[in-house]
Every structure is written in structure tokens, then in C-alpha cells.
Design a protein around this ligand. Structure first.
Ligand code: SF4
Ligand code: SF4
Length: 420
């Protein structure tokens, strides 16, 4: 057995805790999780059944922690997990799992598949079976501070552009303000107007805020690859910057994975509660709406539908803010079937969009077919969302299928119709 495989198996043994053991023990093999997973429904391939994606972890659990498994191991009746098997499972654990959590929602015995995928990724990463694209994103995040290699001068350039666009000052490193604003590199590169939209909304509603030159990136590639030490290092940058500035809140941007990383995984990774509150941008905007501080001058009249990002809505728990905010700015909202917590994933979450191999891309497009049906059922050509990763993944898929769908970000839409 190679040293890296041994390390990977050791990590898998370590990460098997009471919840994982009880999940494996309680699975009744009903197959309901398969029907909830977009990779299964769009391919009909049983290898994409969620519980099957965890087979290497189940094997280690069985061999090490069950009576029969230990007996089999002693008598040489069961083989340890091999390098070839882990390599074959890389596609199932990374390319075809976006950690969307839809399977966990339907499991009749409450098995949290995402929790287990996250654990299996720990062993996959250590044994060298994480995809190249995610490994590179992690390296760039650790060395440069951004999974896409965006450096602070590039962000300063965006800041200047948005200041010119909005005629508003964008604060940097301001201590004692209400909110430290985080961004994702995807927003900086693809949707820089998000920053200008925040500047307009905060100026109008009296929220004091700042960016940090030491921690602007919200995403956490360490979580996506499944290495807790790296994930902790990345979260610590934000925590240190927020504590240094003494802000009351840290604002997670229009990025689903970032919200899960800083809001839910962050305190566990750091091993302590934060002295500040973490809120998703929609939670803050809805708070402003309810306080009467987010009034519109007019409404967007084109019929729209809404894509609910998995990590913000189903997994993140931001269930009630999106629709009222959308209704605040649009006059013709047409909900799609299976909305809110039942929504289907864009196909690119959990790091899947960083995997550039042609087979992974083809699988993403195939998985998108369920979203395509949802959009078509809504009967409209404009879709609003609030996750930059979902947005870019869906823009690529919309082009691939030559659909007429136009995508809009909710924060920008609200800012564009904000009362003068
Ligand atoms: S988390 Fe989503 S993508 Fe992953 S196995 Fe479950 S349903 Fe499929
Ligand atoms: S839905 Fe739950 S119990 Fe049924 S096969 Fe999947 S993990 Fe097992």
C-alpha cells in the first residue's frame, strides 16, 4: 500500500464519527435518494445513487468498526480500499456531487449524505485523488488569497470603476462599521456591478460598511476539496480581519458555497463562536425591506422566475427572504415548479464548476437538463438568482442548449430600481 493511500485510509478511519456510523447502520436501501439527485435523474445511471457514492467510506466503516467487518478483516475475507478504487470514485465524490443536499432532504431515516461526502473528500484529498482543478483553486487561495488568482490591485480596479459608476465612495479598511463586505472572485471578475449595487443600497439605507484589503475573498476552496486544516486557514483570514476592524457583521455575498463556509462551517473550523454575526446579503436586504429602508422607484415589468441556490436556501436556511425581496422589485413573478428548499441544483456547486475536464463539463450539461425543464415550465425567459457561481454555471449551460434565458442577480436588480 502506498504511503499516500495509507494516509487517506487513516484519515477516513479518523473522520468516521457517531453520525457517520449511525447513517451507514440505518440506511434501509430504499433508493429514494437516487430520485432526488440530478446526476441520477438525468443519466439513469445507478452509480450516481447518492449512498453509492460513499462506498469507499462505508467499506472502511465496515472493516474497522463493525463486528462482522473486523472478523472478515482478521480472516482475510475482505480487501482494503485500493488506490484504483479511490481514483474511480473521484468522479462520484467531486464531479457528480455538488453537495446540494437534496438527497439528505428526502432520506426517510435522516441520513445526511452531504455530511458524509464532506468526510469522504477528506480521505480522497489526502490520498491524492482530488481533481486537478480543485487542487489548483486551493493552491491559489492559499498563496494569493483567491481561488481564481484575483489579487488586491484587480479588486482596487473594480472599486474605482464602481465608484465612478455610482459616484459613491467605497470604504476600505474602515474600523467600527456595521458590516464587513466579502466578495467572491467570480463576482469580481464577472459581476463587478454587485459592489456598486451594495454601495447604492447602503448609502440609501444608512448602513455603514467596509471592504478589507486583508480579507476580501468569501469562498473557501479548502472546504470544497475537503481539507479542514486549509479550510480553517482560509476562514481565519476573514475572522482576523473582522476582529481587527471591530465590525458588527460580516456579509456573505451572492455565493452559496461562501455562505455555508463562513456562516455554518466557520465557527466549527475555528473551534469557537465568532464575536460578530455572519449574514447573507439577502438576509440583510430583507431586514432593510422590512424596516421600510428598501423602497423602489419603479418595478421591473418583464416576467421573471427564480432559481434558489442550494447552499443558501435548502442548506443555508435562508428560506423566507428571497421571494419577498423579488416581489419588492418585479411586477410579474412566475415561480418554477420545485422551488425554494426543493429546488434543483445548477449542477456546478461543491467545487464541481472548478473541474474543467471535458467529461466533467459534459456531465454538468447533462445534469442541467432538470433545471432546463424547470425554466421551461415557468414559461419565461428571465431568471433571477443570488449566487454568482450558479449564475455563471447556468449562463454556460443556457448557451450550450441555445436557450433564450437571461440571468439577473437579485441585489443588482434591487439597486437598479431603488428609490432615488
Ligand atoms: S448532495 Fe446533491 S449532488 Fe450530491 S449526491 Fe446528494 S443530491 Fe446528488
Ligand atoms: S434515501 Fe436514505 S435510507 Fe434510502 S437508500 Fe438513500 S441513504 Fe439509504
Amino acid at each position: 500500500m502506498s504511503a499516500s493511500l495509507q494516509k487517506g485510509i487513516d484519515v477516513l478511519k479518523e473522520v468516521i464519527d457517531a453520525p457517520v456510523a449511525s447513517f451507514f447502520a440505518s440506511c434501509v436501501h430504499c433508493g429514494l435518494c437516487a430520485e432526488a439527485c440530478l446526476f441520477y435523474t438525468e443519466t439513469d445511471d445507478p452509480k450516481y445513487t447518492p449512498i453509492h457514492k460513499l462506498e469507499p467510506l462505508r467499506r472502511v466503516y465496515s472493516r474497522e468498526y463493525t463486528l462482522l467487518g473486523r472478523l472478515g478483516k482478521m480472516l482475510g475475507l475482505s480487501k482494503p480500499v485500493s488506490d484504483d478504487e479511490l481514483e474511480a470514485w473521484s468522479e462520484l465524490v467531486y464531479d457528480s456531487c455538488t453537495m446540494c443536499g437534496r438527497c439528505s432532504l428526502v432520506c426517510p431515516v435522516g441520513n445526511d449524505i452531504v455530511y458524509m461526502v464532506r468526510k469522504l473528500r477528506e480521505g480522497m484529498a489526502v490520498s491524492g485523488h482530488a481533481p486537478q482543478g480543485i487542487q489548483e483553486a486551493v493552491k491559489r487561495t492559499i498563496e494569493i488569497g483567491s481561488p481564481m488568482g484575483v489579487k488586491w490591485p484587480a479588486i482596487q480596479h473594480v472599486i474605482k470603476d464602481q465608484e465612478a459608476e455610482t459616484e459613491l465612495k467605497i470604504p476600505i479598511d474602515q474600523p467600527g462599521v456595521d458590516v464587513l463586505v466579502l466578495m467572491s472572485s467570480m463576482e469580481v471578475i464577472n459581476y463587478p456591478e454587485y459592489l456598486g449595487a451594495l454601495a447604492k443600497i447602503f448609502h440609501k439605507s444608512g448602513v455603514t460598511w467596509t471592504l478589507s484589503s486583508e480579507a476580501s475573498e468569501a469562498t473557501n476552496a479548502g472546504i470544497q476539496i475537503g481539507v479542514s486544516d486549509l479550510a480553517r486557514e482560509i476562514v481565519a483570514r476573514i475572522v482576523n480581519a473582522a476582529e481587527k476592524l471591530g465590525v458588527k457583521r460580516v456579509l456573505s455575498p451572492e455565493c452559496g458555497h461562501a455562505y455555508m463556509a463562513i456562516r455554518w462551517e466557520g465557527p466549527n473550523l475555528m473551534g469557537r463562536p465568532f464575536p460578530f454575526e455572519v449574514v447573507h446579503v439577502l438576509e440583510l436586504l430583507d431586514e432593510l425591506r422590512r424596516a421600510g429602508k428598501l423602497k423602489m422607484k419603479d418595478q421591473f415589468t418583464t416576467p421573471v422566475t427564480l432559481h434558489d441556490p442550494c447552499q443558501i436556501v435548502r442548506r443555508g436556511g435562508v428560506l423566507d427572504a428571497p421571494e419577498p425581496l423579488l416581489r419588492q422589485v418585479v411586477s410579474d413573478y412566475r415561480p418554477m415548479p420545485d422551488g425554494n428548499k426543493w429546488n434543483w441544483c445548477c449542477g456546478g456547486g461543491g467545487g464541481a464548476s472548478s473541474i474543467q475536464e471535458p467529461a466533467a463539463e459534459a456531465l454538468r450539461f447533462k445534469a442541467f437538463q432538470v433545471k432546463k425543464r424547470q425554466i421551461e415550465a415557468s414559461g419565461v425567459n428571465t431568471m433571477v438568482t443570488f449566487c454568482s457561481n450558479c449564475r455563471i454555471v447556468m449562463e454556460e449551460a443556457v448557451d450550450h442548449y441555445e436557450m433564450k434565458t437571461q440571468l439577473l442577480g437579485l441585489t443588482e436588480l434591487l439597486a437598479a430600481h431603488l428609490e432615488d
